[in-house]
Design a protein. Structure first.
Lengths: 336, 334, 310
């Protein structure tokens, strides 16, 4: 699997926020890759750095944030080192984004048609008429009723679900290779969430688009994605095939997340809670950032950040896991 | 459109009603004064007010004591001068405040932006009549600087650089006016007329300009933080399109509303500006009416100013509706 | 008593207000300049070489002398003299005094009106609210200066010039105070609406306190910081309004001049080259208003309350 160059490869990405009294590190040593047509999930609590990771892929972090180190390679070209001009050619064209809140994403004073046509014309030299035809085609793809009418309407005339459909249509306008979706359904009604998610999944499969799905919903991740990353306090603590992680999570934090999900068929049972809350960026504890909430924490955890170890197909950063693996190895050696 | 007209009517009603009250009050006070002095009438206030209102509806606001003509005719003769002053100043404000405000919002750290913001802070603190006086001193009367030794080259140069010729007209509108129609004689079409417009317009603009620059900058900076601007960037649009279409259009919404309110302030400042420049507009006429105790003219002026407020408020609502699709929608549905 | 004041002083020194003041050079400079000007104005009779109100000290032969450094100047009059032969330095000191007095007085009046009406509108809501705010809106859309000019004109017409001149200070305080109260009322109302939702108000209601007590003892103290900020800016506005009214001849008479009426009287002589009569008081006015505005800006940044603008 690791023999070919992936479509997108993020290597050792550091993102910092320059604030008064020194920098805050929002992302530390993030590394992952995304293949053509692959669907990758990114999960974690709010504040874990999921959205920052999503925006940094397009080099779109709002000031005072900045990329302090590492590479974002799109087919070998580093987006972190690109000029704004070159980046603009990639944004919306090869990598499209879907934002969290459809109410805030569309410009309230411009018509849907204007906002779709301008996105096409920013990347292709075609007539407005041709651009409108493309826009119409994508609106049909996202199954919006009477698409011709929508082009001349304004965002406030559409419901939340409709707007998110429009945004998906805009993402598809230029046949991108990657769509980064930052919690695309969180702001919607529960009944519409599943609809939109299914639509997004279907379109990505149909068009063979790679999807990077940022969410805090483990259920969605397990249904939609093939691989997943778990983030905690600006670090990736576990990554690997989704099914393996969901069925047999290695990191105590991931285990906690999965145990916190309500189980079907057990009415009245108390939900599991991970004690405490995630540290703020201002005072990240030394060593493993999860240690204050971890049942297995040792002095080693409190002092140094664990390296990644491989367990099955999963990479995980935890001393508990690495110690277990070594123990097993020793037992096997002793046994043989 | 229907709803806009209803809104306009509601505003007219809201503004108009207390307006009537206020004017009514001053009518009774003024007229009581006037009665004692000249006419000796002793009708109750209500009767007088009703008679006044009845006549006002027919466009009869009485005769000016001083001019001996119907007050509305006197105002009609003076109004074009004021309107040209306001138009000129508004042009200056619009042409300067938008680019400067936008620039200061996009590059808040640039030294030029900081310079503009500093100047506008100082500008807010300078009363309009003082700006006018300084302008007259510099550009009309001229200043001669002899602080530096004239026998050295740099001294001479500094003296010359700091001195001004003067000579800009600072009094009235000049003789070379073009007759447009009715009582409208315009200074826009001759060089002399335009020269006379420059200083008064700059003075009038000077007080509103800093306000608008600060307002546009603040609103624009807020808009630039919004999600849809970030999304526009994620679509790969050029920064020119993002700044001047996506951001500016949203910025202008609150600016239009505030701008409408500022028209009221502008009227007050025309009084000051016209006084300094002896500009024969309604503001100067009003002030002279006060010193001459020309009560019918004072009342008529207030009525006309109230009417202008109502009209501009309606206009502002119309423009707002044109820019903001949310308003247009309600109009369509109704 | 002394320990109490001492601990208050310590608390102030540890406060964020003092901390940010120490860091802001513009605020410090503005404060020092303002302090000097207030001091000079308050003790004007001690500093001023002559008393401009005393006709016996004025010699018409000394009229229109330029300030020191210009040809024809007299060292006895460092800033020159005006058209009546009054010493400019003395008149400016006394004029600043009048301007400041009217500025503070007008703000005290409008704060009283604004706080009262703002509290009533915000706390009682309903019809009281809509009536008061409607009046405020109408007054604001007319612009406060316009209202002041109209009220000033009406008063002047009804009292006559002479009588108006005698009570001009009180009249101006009244006119500007009445014209500008909506600014403060709207700010107070906005913060009252925000405070009203908080638990401590419910707690006070549950304990059965009377409405008056809740309004003035419980809510008012929590709305003080925005009032304080806007009042600072309003002093600057009031001083400008006063100057504008005086410039139009609706304010202080020339016998008892404020900065505005000094500028006005000087303006009549500007064409004859006597620029100092109008420009020096003008400069003083600008500096005075500017430092107050800068302090206001700084206060707003520090306290960061939500203010209604315009």
């Amino acid at each position: 699997m690791k023999n070919h160059t992936p479509l997108l490869e993020v290597k050792n990405l550091d993102v910092r926020f320059a604030v008064r009294g020194g920098d805050l590190t929002a992302l530390r040593g993030i590394s992952f890759s995304l293949d053509k047509g692959e669907r990758l999930g990114l999960v974690g609590e709010s504040g874990a750095g999921k959205s920052v990771a999503a925006f940094s892929i397009l080099n779109l972090i709002a000031r005072p944030g900045y990329i302090a180190g590492g590479q974002i390679l799109l087919e070998g070209k580093d987006l972190a080192a690109m000029s704004e001009r070159e980046l603009r050619k990639i944004r919306g064209n090869r990598i499209a984004m879907i934002f969290q809140d459809p109410m805030m994403t569309l410009n309230p004073v411009l018509s849907i048609g204007t906002q779709m046509v301008e996105a096409i014309k920013a990347h292709r030299r075609i007539s407005t008429k041709a651009a409108r035809d493309i826009a119409l085609d994508r609106l049909r793809k996202v199954q919006i009723p009477s698409p011709e009418k929508r082009l001349d309407q304004y965002p406030h005339e559409l419901s939340g679900g409709m707007r998110q459909r429009v945004i998906i249509a805009i993402a598809l306008l230029l046949d991108p290779e990657i769509i980064v979706a930052d919690e695309p359904t969180t702001a919607l009604d529960v009944t519409i969430q599943a609809e939109i998610m299914a639509l997004l999944l279907e379109l990505c499969e149909q068009e063979n688009v790679a999807l990077m799905l940022i969410t805090h919903d483990l259920g969605v991740v397990s249904q939609v994605t093939q691989r997943m990353l778990v983030m905690y306090s600006g670090r990736i603590i576990e990554q690997g095939p989704t099914r393996e992680i969901i069925n047999d999570a290695q990191h105590p934090y991931t285990q906690g997340l999965i145990n916190a999900l309500p189980q079907m068929g057990e009415p009245g049972a108390r939900l599991f809670q991970i004690p405490g809350s995630m540290p703020s960026l201002k005072n990240v504890p030394t060593g493993c950032p999860f240690h204050p909430r971890c049942d297995f924490a040792t002095d080693q955890c409190r002092q140094t950040m664990p390296e990644y170890v491989r367990s099955g197909n999963v990479d995980v950063a935890c001393y508990e896991v690495s110690n277990l693996i070594e123990q097993e190895k020793r037992m096997q050696e002793a046994g043989s | 459109m229907f709803v806009i007209s209803v809104i306009a009517f509601a505003i007219q009603d809201g503004l108009g009603d207390p307006l009537q009250e206020m004017v009514g009050m001053s009518v009774s006070m003024e007229e009581r004064e006037a009665l004692r002095e000249e006419l000796g009438l002793n009708d109750p206030m209500v009767v007088q007010y009703l008679r006044f209102a009845g006549k006002a509806i027919q466009g009869d606001l009485g005769n000016s004591y001083f001019y001996g003509k119907p007050t509305l005719t006197v105002i009609a003769e003076h109004l074009p001068a004021t309107l040209e002053l306001v138009i000129g100043a508004s042009l200056i404000i619009m042409l300067l405040s938008v680019p400067i405000g936008v620039y200061a919002a996009i590059r808040p750290q640039a030294w030029l932006a900081k310079f503009f913001m500093g100047v506008s802070t100082v500008g807010i603190s300078i009363p309009v009549f003082l700006t006018a006086i300084v302008l007259i001193q510099i550009y009309s009367i001229g200043i001669t600087v002899e602080w530096f030794p004239a026998d050295t080259g740099w001294g001479q140069w500094l003296n010359g650089a700091l001195s001004t010729e003067g000579g800009m007209p600072s009094y009235g509108r000049g003789d070379d006016l073009t007759h447009l129609f009715g009582t409208w004689y315009s200074g826009f079409f001759t060089e002399l007329g335009l020269m006379h417009l420059v200083l008064p317009c700059v003075s009038l603009a000077s007080i509103m300009l800093p306000l608008f620059i600060r307002l546009i900058r603040a609103e624009m900076m807020e808009v630039l933080q919004s999600d849809y601007i970030r999304y526009a960037r994620a679509k790969g649009l050029s920064s020119a399109r993002i700044n001047f279409l996506h951001a500016l259009k949203n910025t202008m919404l609150p600016v239009i509303t505030v701008g409408g309110v500022q028209v009221g302030v502008m009227v007050a400042y025309t009084i000051l500006t016209e006084t300094v420049f002896q500009w024969p507009g309604v503001g100067l006429m009003f002030l002279e009416a006060i010193t001459r105790s020309d009560i019918p003219l004072i009342v008529a002026y207030l009525m006309v100013v109230g009417l202008i407020f109502v009209i501009t408020n309606t206009l502002v609502d119309l423009v707002y509706g044109l820019v903001n699709p949310t308003v247009k929608l309600t109009g369509k549905k109704a | 008593m002394t320990t109490a004041t001492l601990s208050r002083w310590n608390r102030f020194r540890e406060s964020f207000l003092w901390y940010s003041f120490k860091r802001d050079k513009v605020a410090i400079a503005s404060f020092i300049v303002l302090l000097l000007m207030v001091f000079a104005a308050v003790f004007a009779p001690l500093f001023a070489p002559t008393n401009p109100y005393d006709l016996a000290q004025i010699d018409i032969m000394n009229s229109e002398l330029p300030p020191v450094g210009m040809p024809g100047a007299d060292a006895a009059f460092p800033l020159g003299t005006d058209a009546q032969g009054r010493d400019m330095l003395s008149t400016i000191l006394y004029g600043t005094r009048v301007s400041l007095l009217i500025g503070f007085g007008a703000v005290v009046l409008q704060a009283a009106l604004g706080i009262l009406f703002g509290l009533l509108a915000g706390y009682l809501g309903g019809r009281v609210d809509s009536i008061l705010m409607r009046i405020a809106d109408v007054q604001l859309s007319f612009s406060t200066l316009m209202v002041a000019i109209i009220v000033g004109a009406v008063f002047k017409a009804s009292f006559g010039n002479l009588m108006f001149g005698e009570i001009a200070i009180y009249m101006l305080i009244f006119i500007i105070g009445v014209a500008e109260w909506p600014q403060i009322a709207r700010t107070v109302r906005a913060s009252v609406l925000a405070e009203k939702k908080k638990e401590y108000v419910d707690a006070a209601k549950v304990m059965g306190y009377r409405t008056n007590r809740i309004m003035f003892r419980h809510i008012l103290p929590n709305t003080l910081s925005p009032i304080f900020v806007i009042a600072t800016v309003q002093i600057a506005n009031a001083i400008i309004s006063e100057a504008a009214l005086s410039f139009l001849g609706l304010g202080m008479p020339e016998t008892q001049p404020s900065l505005g009426s000094l500028i006005k009287s000087g303006f009549d002589y500007i064409q004859s080259g006597s620029w100092w009569i109008t420009l020096i008081p003008g400069l003083v006015l600008v500096v005075l208003v500017l430092v107050i505005n800068l302090l206001g800006d700084w206060l707003r940044d520090v306290m960061n309350p939500r203010l209604y603008k315009g």
